[in-house]
Design a protein around this ligand. Structure first.
Ligand code: GLO
Ligand code: MG
Length: 344
């Protein structure tokens, strides 16, 4: 029995379309996904603003809240909570050049409108957490915007969100690139600096995604640990990634099991979850996956996480600490590998 609670976003189950080819699976409606997520053992759903309220751009503020109340009822029906709402600032024509740091004022205003509406939706869904995945916040052409100005724009936008609602917490999901060429806020270190510069640092934290850390050439467990050290790991997006290439969102642990083990280990050792945090997944099925296997990658990720949680529970800390005291790191490494290989 896992001591963690798990969350997932509806986009984790998708049609298989990518930049080079069309859909390979049928779309699945939100309620069917909710039912299946609950059956698989998830306790909460992650939302983009328009996952919850699809036509929000053409709705009034009141209509948006009303629609969100309907989604809350659907969540209740399946015993699910909402974990967070993330403004989708990368699909709309207004966000072509970014959201909060777009070079055009009207586009920056649109981004803030979506951020405020995301807060309204979050309140209706019963969560205080807003995730900012800053997809297009950076440059495609390095000379197109000043990194100093852009960084300040981000701090300003977060301050406005904090002022809009005194309870809301903002959680940045850093990523070094893709779809943007050069991102402004690429790692957990950047997130901590942005947090410290806001009007209420306690309410600004991070969402560490394993694949994003790997894309930045960093170790996900260390990035998780860095945020934990400042009490600022508000959520995680666990998945896996084969080196520095396009963002793959593979099932958790399938690429680098030891690295996955160390992510579970640092979460478990630091009582992650004790303040209500979820272990969030952000995984994609392969394009070749059939309709009937649409949820396999989620099952696999949960199974691998739980198996690694069990390995952490069996980790012989007395033995490990003795090896550490004697600086017998070769033996410590082999102990860990044997544990992962099932040799002990
Ligand atoms: C893409 C991101 C994306 C976000 C999601 C929530 O690289 O990981 O999946 O996590 O949009 O903001
Ligand atoms: Mg993510």
């Amino acid at each position: 029995m896992s001591k963690f609670k798990f969350s997932v976003g509806p986009w984790n189950v998708h049609t298989g379309a990518d930049s080079y080819g069309p859909e390979t699976r049928q779309p699945i409606d939100l309620e069917t996904k909710f039912a299946k997520f609950a059956e698989l053992g998830f306790s909460a759903i992650q939302f983009h603003d328009d996952d919850a309220v699809p036509d929000m751009n053409n709705m009034t503020e009141e209509e948006i809240k009303e629609y969100a109340r309907g989604v809350k009822k659907l969540l209740d029906k399946y015993g699910l909570a909402a974990e967070f709402v993330a403004p989708r600032l990368w699909m709309d024509p207004h966000t072509k050049d970014g959201g909060f740091m777009s070079t055009r004022k009207e586009d920056r205003e649109f981004a803030l409108w979506r951020a405020y509406r995301s807060i309204d939706i979050a309140k209706e869904l019963g969560t205080d957490l807003i995730v900012l995945w800053l997809a297009r916040e950076g440059t495609l052409c390095a000379e197109s915007k000043s990194p100093v100005w852009a960084t300040k724009q981000l701090v300003d936008a977060i301050n406005k969100m904090l002022e809009y609602d005194p309870k809301i917490r903002v959680c940045i999901e850093p990523k070094p690139n893709e779809p943007i060429d050069r991102s402004i806020c690429g790692t957990m270190g950047h997130v901590m600096a942005i947090s410290a510069a806001t009007i209420d640092p306690k309410r600004v934290g991070g969402n560490l995604e394993s694949a994003h850390a790997i894309l930045a050439g960093l170790d996900p467990a260390n990035e998780i640990g860095f945020a934990l050290a400042f009490d600022k790991l508000f959520t995680v997006h666990l998945n896996d990634q084969n080196g520095i290439r396009y963002d793959q969102d593979k099932s958790f642990g399938v690429e680098n099991l030891r690295q996955a083990f160390n992510q579970v280990k640092v979460l478990a050792e630091n009582n992650y979850g004790s303040k209500g945090e979820y272990v969030g997944l952000d995984v994609k099925a392969m394009r070749t996956t059939s309709d009937e296997d649409s949820y396999e990658h989620l099952k696999n990720s949960l199974a691998i996480f739980r198996a690694l949680e069990d390995k952490v529970a069996r980790y012989d800390y007395d033995y490990a600490n003795k090896l550490i005291a004697d600086r017998k790191f070769e033996q410590l490494e082999m102990y860990t590998m044997n544990l992962l290989m099932g040799i002990q």
